[in-house]
Ligand binder design. Sequence first.
Ligand SMILES: Nc1nc2c(ncn2[C@@H]2O[C@H](COP(=O)(O)OP(=O)(O)OP(=O)(O)O)[C@@H](O)[C@H]2O)c(=O)[nH]1
Ligand SMILES: [Mg+2]
Length: 79
Amino acid sequence: MGLQITKHSKVKQANILMLGLDSAGKSTLLYKFKSDEVFLTIPTIGFNVDMIETGKDFTLTFWDVGGQLQYLILESFYK
Ligand SMILES: Nc1nc2c(ncn2[C@@H]2O[C@H](COP(=O)(O)OP(=O)(O)OP(=O)(O)O)[C@@H](O)[C@H]2O)c(=O)[nH]1
Ligand SMILES: [Mg+2]
């Protein structure tokens, strides 16, 4: 996962890129950050973007990239 903090802004923001094999548990982890409830996930088609406010002036933006999409992106490098 990558972390990038945007500077020169009142509200601090970090982008988190969630990468991993399909069914590794990326979406489950993201839903767990948002809520303590148990979620049933389905394979992510493309990617999900979700924002979590962790404090008054701090926001995390999660980019949850589906494993299948990552295969497609990697495959394109070898063509
Ligand atoms: N036992 C166990 N199962 C988990 C855990 N995390 C996720 N799972 C299960 O693994 C399966 C896949 O989880 P997802 O969160 O959808 O996986 P993903 O990485 O988002 O998969 P893609 O969207 O296909 O890339 C689901 O059935 C989850 O319930 C864990 O920590 N332990
Ligand atoms: Mg997923």
